[in-house]
Design a protein around this ligand. Structure first.
Ligand code: SF4
Length: 360
């Protein structure tokens, strides 16, 4: 039996019934594929349903504000996905129709080879093989490919192999089958080799090298950043926040006053840094304000792909400061507590609000 037949047989018995599998609407499939980049299926499913409830059509997504799109994405991470989705929805509306083939899909913002192949095959039966982490793993193990997957040579080799193996009569079925097989059966840590339909042909199994494949050439260094947040509250219960801009993580999300340190800072050092910052950035009131530390939380950890964020947060009362008289420093503004928790924020910031009992 051919590789694709074994896969499709396996899929007929074990494939997952997922909400985006019951549609060939390219908008819905596209939303699901963008959500599923970097997100587990179980978590992605709820976001998918909520996102489509908020924006049932590409036109409604295009017409929405960036804040409302970010709000729906809140907690999913990798926020550039949401910004690209929003920008691409506007591209589609401007063009007047959804792209109907791989090349057209590939021209949308945030749509790479994998996503274009997925939409083109699932919605239009175009014979395009998907290559994602699951596919790398299955192919490298089954066919004994030891070329590192994070090299140009590796990417080319795997793409050619995937294209050669594709079931050209049923590309949608085949692509779903290989992705599910990688996600459920040939898993990274505990592949189910003894019940595997590919066992007789699997090179990694024959060589006893299952755990070593696929090969990566380098490990990415993880940088540590020390963040210190200040929930700065003026006399009438308003808080200082800003919207994060381009050039760093979390663009478009909102956060309280943030000072980034070179090293871990204790509370005396943090409060001194806040005083200095206000006197340099807030004008006259920043020099006179009486800062009163109410509560704090230290040592929050937040892992991103290439960064470990270590965060402390301080809830500080700015005595003698009121929002009407005291102009917010550049880039910041005063907001009520309701607005503060309503605006889309990074998960780390929401954890801080929760810690201080502000999220209810
Ligand atoms: S035998 Fe094991 S390693 Fe090989 S394809 Fe099957 S599950 Fe994966």
């Amino acid at each position: 039996m051919e590789f694709y037949e074994l896969l499709e047989q396996w899929f007929a018995r074990n494939g997952r019934d997922l909400p985006w599998r019951n549609t060939r609407d390219p908008y819905r499939v596209w939303v699901s594929e963008i959500i599923l980049q970097q997100t587990r299926v179980e978590q992605g499913r709820d976001y998918y349903i909520r996102f489509l409830k908020a924006f049932p059509t590409v036109g409604q997504l295009a017409a929405a504000s960036q804040d409302s799109v970010m709000r729906q994405w809140e907690g999913l991470g990798y926020y550039s996905r949401a910004r690209n989705l929003h920008a691409a929805a506007r591209q589609v509306v401007e063009a007047g129709k959804f792209p109907a083939d791989y090349a057209g899909l590939r021209s949308l913002k945030g749509v790479g080879d994998y996503t274009a192949a997925a939409i083109a095959s699932f919605c239009y039966d175009e014979p395009r093989a998907v290559v994602d982490g699951n596919v790398y793993r299955v192919l490298s193990r089954c066919f004994g490919i030891t070329t590192p997957i994070d090299t140009t040579q590796g990417r080319r080799e795997f793409a050619e192999m995937a294209d050669m193996l594709l079931d050209r009569q049923r590309p949608a079925l085949y692509n779903q089958a290989i992705m599910d097989f990688g996600a459920l059966h040939c898993t990274p840590k505990s592949p189910l080799c003894s019940t595997c339909p590919m066992e007789a042909m699997c090179k990694a199994r024959e060589w006893g090298r299952v755990g070593e494949l696929p090969v990566k050439s380098k490990r990415t260094a993880v940088a540590i950043r020390h963040l210190v947040y200040f929930i700065l509250e003026e006399e009438h219960g308003c808080f200082l926040i800003r919207r994060r801009e381009a050039g760093d993580i979390w663009k478009g999300l909102y956060e309280p006053l943030l000072l980034e340190m070179q090293h871990e800072a204790d509370s005396d050092e943090a409060m001194a840094a806040l005083g200095n910052w206000l006197s340099e950035n807030a004008g006259a009131w920043g020099e006179e304000v009486d800062l009163h530390l109410k509560e704090s939380v230290q040592g929050l950890r937040h892992q991103l792909t290439h960064r470990l964020l270590l965060a402390d947060a301080y809830r500080v009362r700015a005595r003698g400061c009121d929002a009407e008289r005291c102009k917010a420093p550049e880039g910041y503004r005063w907001v009520s507590r309701d607005e503060l928790v309503e605006l889309a924020a990074p998960r780390l910031v929401n954890r801080i609000y929760e810690h201080f009992g502000m999220a209810e």
